[in-house]
Design a protein around this ligand. Structure first.
Ligand code: SAH
Length: 194
């Protein structure tokens, strides 16, 4: 087994945990009544691009040598830092999902009984799940040490993040009014505000 295999297997295990957390919480919101959906086709398309970049491309990397020509050759300490970042990202992912509960949705939606979550990771950050995904795509870059896998993760995610967030905040403001405006003043977008 080469060092490359070790990184691929490590990433594979972390990736599997990521998927299991998502599947568990996705099951949790099944059957919730939707009251409002924003940016239908645009949001679905962005999620589709992100799925390719965060699932399909890493899988091809894990199971084949197809991207070998785009290897970056990062030093071991950088790739190890990526593993630590991915573990941190998974912990945050779990915490965020647990706190957001039934208010979570993979696209922009308001559901019956939707409340504004302001506690736990949401106390100082408005979009802690997006913080977590930024950490994950950076970890994907460091661990894979491969341009195809890195840009495959970073580019679609950056597109989704920068396009979605203004619409998401507008939707939340329309739904929760003053409460959200006050919440915006108390929090940072993806970095904590103290
Ligand atoms: N942007 C948040 C949530 C991502 S999930 C984060 O990064 O943690 C996207 C859905 O979460 C949106 O459809 C929206 O309805 C909902 N949402 C976003 N912020 C929320 C909050 N503070 N409280 C409750 N629901 C929220």
């Amino acid at each position: 087994m080469t060092q490359e295999h070790v990184y691929k297997i490590t990433f594979g295990i972390l990736f599997l945990i990521f998927m299991l957390i998502r599947i568990y919480y996705a099951k949790n919101i099944k059957g919730n009544v939707k009251l409002r959906t924003e940016g239908g086709k645009r949001e679905k398309f962005l999620v589709f691009l992100v799925s390719i970049g965060m699932m399909i491309i890493p899988m091809i990397w894990m199971f084949s040598g197809l991207f070998r020509t785009t290897d970056i050759g990062l030093p071991n300490y950088a790739r190890t830092a990526g593993v630590i970042a991915a573990v941190l990202s998974l912990w945050l992912f779990y915490e965020v999902h647990r706190t957001l509960g039934k208010n979570w949705s993979p696209i922009l939606e308001i559901r019956e009984g939707h409340t504004l979550t302001k506690e736990g990771p949401y106390k100082r950050i408005r979009h802690p799940m997006y913080t977590q995904i930024w950490i994950w795509v950076i970890a994907q870059f460091l661990i894979s040490s491969n341009w195809t896998v890195s840009l495959g993760g970073l580019v679609p995610w950056a597109l989704l993040y920068f396009i979605r967030v203004p619409y998401e905040e507008k939707m939340m403001e329309e739904e929760f009014g003053e409460e959200y405006l006050k919440y915006m003043k108390e929090t940072g977008r993806i970095l904590p505000k103290f």
